[in-house]
Ligand binder design. Structure first.
Ligand code: DO4
Ligand code: MG
Length: 289
């Protein structure tokens, strides 16, 4: 089942079940106490059963073009794992003269790299702008599978994530990582949350990044989840160690697609990330100055 958070023309914010690619069945959240948001459904003991129960049989079935899709986040935290693909390890070692051995070691160490990525106000949904820092001359999108985790630390579902990164700031000194990663409009999530009814087939799940500039493709690249070194459950176990997720969390799982070193995002670029079975997240890029 896929779920969407959206805004209707009257301004109201609703949750819908996504059927096929373009049929949105609105939910009536008022039918159940303590269920007022997508987060409440994701954090419930049986999200699929609850969503099916809440389908509003009286409401018209809508198409995505009739609504504004929003990032599927409410009050959760956003975390990210890094250097989980060989491609990312190699790219990080190249960009950082002083920190290369850290990236080398974290790729094989039992403890993964996990960092705080965003609060909900820093997250952009489908069609909303993502930002390149004005003080960065080398920034890239990072197309990543995002895990949706409930407060009990259980994996509930998946969405598409974009871990926007300033490679020059991170490369100058690994201690600058939070500034390279966390700033206004630094993270994309959406368009839907997939709650799988059976385990996903990792090698068959492709992640494709396409960057468009002035109507032409400026970069395209692809990986698949079979290339990721870590298990989902392994990343979650490290995230929740001594760390309660009171409202639940999104955990971006690292990038396996890195544009060439001479590529940087520019103002007005468009970034699309497609993940098999979930959907395509597209965002325009803004850069001030
Ligand atoms: O080590 C820095 C960040 C790594 C990262 O974000 C990634 O591999 O996706
Ligand atoms: Mg990343």
């Amino acid at each position: 089942m896929r779920l969407a958070k959206l805004r209707l023309a009257d301004g109201s914010i609703r949750v819908a079940v996504v059927e096929n690619d373009d049929r949105l069945r609105l939910l009536d959240l008022l039918q159940v106490d303590h269920t007022r948001s997508l987060m409440d459904i994701l954090n419930a003991p049986d999200p699929i059963g609850l969503a099916k129960f809440l389908i509003d049989q009286q409401a018209p079935v809508l198409s995505a073009s009739q609504v504004e899709l929003l990032a599927p986040i409410d009050r959760q935290e956003v975390w990210a794992a890094g250097v989980t693909y060989k491609r990312s390890q190699v790219a990080r070692m190249q960009e950082s003269e002083t920190g290369a051995s850290h990236y080398d070691r974290v790729y094989t160490a039992p403890r993964p790299e996990i960092f705080f990525k965003a609060t909900p106000n820093r997250v952009a949904g489908p069609g909303q702008p993502l930002r390149v820092r004005a003080d960065s001359g080398w920034s890239v999108p990072e197309p990543e599978l995002a895990l949706v985790i409930n407060p009990a630390g259980k994996l509930v579902g998946f969405t598409v994530g974009n871990d926007m990164s300033a490679r020059d700031i991170e490369g100058e000194n690994p201690l600058y990582l939070p500034q390279a990663k966390v700033y206004n409009q630094c993270c994309g999530l959406g368009p839907y949350v997939l709650i799988p009814e059976e385990p996903i087939d990792r090698p068959a799940t492709k992640i494709r990044l396409t960057i468009t500039r002035a109507g032409a493709t400026a970069f395209t690249g692809e990986t698949d989840l079979g290339q990721m070194k870590r298990e989902f459950i392994e990343l979650i176990e490290w995230l929740v160690r001594e760390n309660d997720l009171v409202t639940g969390a999104f955990l971006l799982t690292g990038t396996g697609v890195v544009p060439p070193d001479n590529f940087t995002l520019q103002n007005n670029d468009s970034v699309s990330i497609e993940i098999t079975g979930i959907g395509t997240l597209t965002n325009p890029i803004v850069k001030a100055g």
